[in-house]
Write a protein of this length. Sequence first.
Lengths: 396, 139
Amino acid sequence: MKTYQQINEKIASGKAVVLTADEIIDYVDKKGLETAAEEVDVVTTATFGPMCSSGCFLNFGHSAPKIRMTEAWVEDVLVYTGIAAVDVYLGATQLRHGDPANMYPPGEFRYGGGHVIEDLVAGKTLQLFALSYGTDDYPRREIRTYFTIKDLNQAIMVNPRNCYQNYNVAINDSDRTIYTYMGALEPRRENASYCSAGQLSPLLNDPHYDTIGVGTRVWLAGAHGHVYAEGTQHAGACERTADGVPMEGAGTLALTADMKQMRPEFVRGVSFRGYGVSLAVGVGVPIPILNPGVLKRTCVRDRDIMAPVTDYSSDYPQKTGRVIAHVSYEQLRSGEIEIEGRKVTVGSLSSYYKALEIANLLADEVRRGDFLLAEPSAPLPKDRAMKPLEIREKAS
Amino acid sequence: MSDTVTKKLMLFFPKCECEKPIIYHLVKDYDLIVNVYRAKVTPEEEGYLVLDVTGTEDHINNGMDFLQTFNVTINTTGKGVTRDEQRCTHCGQCVSHCPTGALSIGDGATREVVYNEADCIECLACIRVCPFGACASAF
């Protein structure tokens, strides 16, 4: 048994034993659970993938004379101004002004909010254009200027939903190609697409939220941030395997960190043909090995994690809830799964390569004593299920 | 045929060479088997042609010499489809769409996506499906 304080003291003295969620599996096999739990202080987990629920708050500072922005665009991408005078919220899935979207399907969606966020972190010069109705204290009616992230007072990323605990495997049962946020899906189950780091993924290594909670310090694209709330659509009450591993989406985390500290290679705009734009971000979450039980759950393997295969041509859009089959991440990573007796080639949206890189970068930071753990101030809810949206005829 | 080899070429045609039957001469006069992957040769505009030529070393060399007599740029290494290493995140989305396995998961441990240009038939599927815009076409 260890406490957060004891682990942090070891980290601060540069003596902490840190392994990635990938390495810990063989280590525990070799040393045994009890011995390993004594020796290992931290296991690092990570994921890198598209997370549509991403955005950032920017503060521009005041021009002379001042403006209270009521409509604003950064690189022609609309930002939300229904907050303080020169604060804006830039969302990852916002399209660029004039983008034809799916007018001539499938749309290309080459540039949008996610790309603006990428360019901002990369230090590029961006254009701000804003309008206002003008007030006595904020008389300016229009502004056009150019800025980089260094000119901003604050650039704070928020991911109201990140680190989905598990996720669907998408296939297409129809007879035409469909374009989704899971990528292009060829007709008649020609290909499948999944999106999880599997055995490296943060919440799959802490399935009951024993250590990851509100206040947990995380590595977000290279910056040190934290979990500020449960993520949107967090639903801990879900179908689980005998070992407690969720067999569907389940838990999520809401994350935030300072974009000025981020590394551009872990903040990347994405374009989904026929669907839209989004943002892929890299996240690393350290798990403190407080006891053998916590360690045991970080030893989860791809073969023990099951994902639901879902038809995105009908079942997903119509919300039927039908799951065609469950397949393991070991099967998914082999590049081919078998569904109802037929082989289907598999592609991924989540980058295991980048997730592994992040888990190692975070492990190095903890070993060097540069990344201390934070004890959660509140746990994530365990028993909440996902509610649907009812369509009502009238207000009752 | 003895000792035949296959070479993948990308030809760039400046505006003035587009209307000459260059491929015809490669087949007829230099005894080369030609397999065109992709072509964009429009009269009055510059054009590109990506193809395999198969034949003896001598025939290929003679054919290349013939091509050199025109104002055609021959690229034997660079291909029509490229991958930007900086933009690729190795997610693996392209792998299930690539019909020849030119894009594949190389190392099982790191799951790095490798691009073997020699196997690329320039179907352009990767360009359509890559969310990160890592794949691009020269034309």
